[in-house]
Write a protein that binds this ligand. Structure first.
Ligand code: PLP
Length: 366
């Protein structure tokens, strides 16, 4: 097919490149065990309660799910203290980012604003939509430049994205500061706070916008089941937003993007308090351990409120990642975020985190 048929946004588009899978790494390096600490997944795997629910639901997969997943939206609303009409469930929160862009940002006219070195999906979706993507430089130490975001917006700004806690730095913005930002945005601009890692903050009420968004009118909060709930492979996330906006997202979306198993799993996961608490316990302990031990190994680390830590090793980060890979430990080199000197490692089980630290020590002290 001649490329003239293809939209210019697609011709110049850089696609998302996922990391190698465990199987691919095993084959490439002839390894029998591999530890993956590269995608911020749940160290405890999938909840046993959710697995039982999934097993019981398998026989129903010949049926279409209920469009817009109303039972799941009710369950999310109850758990988050919002109205079900405000909740839009999606095939991962990636789908909600895509929907928001397509519903509110006008191609060739509007812009979306975000800070540099952020989660790539915002830029990808903006470019696919033919919408200007404005990147705001960060302050020293990668601080989230909320004041600079406010300065970068104009009357054509449709969306302002803030990831809090931030991927890949782990830094979080206080809810109070985000309220100030929402208050100074021009009329019509929406503040989208991506809270994919909010479960891992402490205390969450100081950071999350979930409790205040109903009062504000121009704020959208994104959440995912891929991290603290251990359902990355099922693809389930959601947005909480003003009802008028939720209505338009529901009107614009293709039907049934949240599948029947994902809906059942999501409902069960929200009720499984013991798996959720166990996850937080492992993540908090592992994060402490990484934050303490990495500096002892000569690395610079950034404080983290997420289930991962960003650090800069004393040798070239790309080489360190490659050496870890050869020894069966997958971490994320942050070159694709424009941070070539840095690595992101997520908290694993206690033993996995120790294997990572020990392997890193061997490499750095070789
Ligand atoms: C900041 C951020 N937002 C959204 C997502 C996407 O989550 P989901 O798996 O729900 O699409 C991720 C996944 O890594 C993320 O890091």
């Amino acid at each position: 097919m001649p490329s003239q048929r293809v939209r210019p946004e697609i011709l110049t588009f850089t696609p998302y490149v996922p990391g190698l899978t465990i199987e691919e790494i095993k084959e490439r390096y002839g390894l029998s065990t591999v530890i993956k600490l590269a995608s911020n997944e749940n160290p405890l795997g999938a909840s046993p309660v959710v697995q039982q629910v999934l097993a019981r639901s398998l026989g129903q997969v010949f049926r279409y799910p209920q469009n817009h997943s109303p039972r799941l939206c009710q369950a999310i609303a109850k758990s988050m203290g919002v109205r079900a009409e405000q909740v839009v469930a999606g095939n991962g929160s990636d789908e909600i980012i895509d929907l928001l862009m397509r519903v509110v940002a006008k191609p060739g006219q509007d812009n979306v604003v975000c800070y540099e070195h952020s989660f790539s999906m915002y830029a990808m979706m903006a470019r696919l939509c033919g919408v200007e993507y404005r990147e705001v430089p960060r302050g020293g130490d990668f601080r989230l430049p909320l004041e600079s975001l406010a300065e970068a917006v104009d009357h054509n700004t449709a969306l302002v994205f803030v990831t809090s806690p931030d991927n890949p730095t782990g830094l979080a913005a206080k809810a109070e500061e985000l309220m100030v930002l929402s208050g100074v945005l021009p009329e019509g601009a929406l503040l989208v706070v991506d809270e994919a890692y909010m479960d891992f903050t402490w205390p969450p009420e100081e950071y999350s916008m979930m409790n205040t968004l109903s009062e504000l009118g121009n704020v959208v909060v994104l959440r995912t089941f891929s991290k603290a709930y251990g359902l990355a492979g099922l693809r389930l996330g959601y947005g909480v937003m003003p009802e008028w906006l939720a209505d338009h997202l529901r009107r614009a979306r293709p039907p049934f993007t949240v599948n029947l198993l994902a809906e059942e799993a999501g409902i069960a996961a929200l009720e499984d308090d013991s798996f959720y608490s166990a996850t937080l316990e492992v993540v908090f302990a592992g994060r402490e351990r990484l934050l303490k031990r990495l500096p002892e190994l000569g690395c610079r680390v950034w404080p983290s409120q997420a289930n991962f830590v960003m650090f800069s090793p004393p040798y070239p980060a790309g080489q360190v990642c490659e050496e870890l890979l050869k020894r069966g430990v997958i971490v994320r080199h942050l070159k694709s975020f424009g941070l070539s000197d840095n690595i992101r490692v997520n908290v694993g089980t206690g033993p996995e985190t120790e294997v990572f630290l020990k392997t890193l020590e061997e490499i750095l002290h070789a």
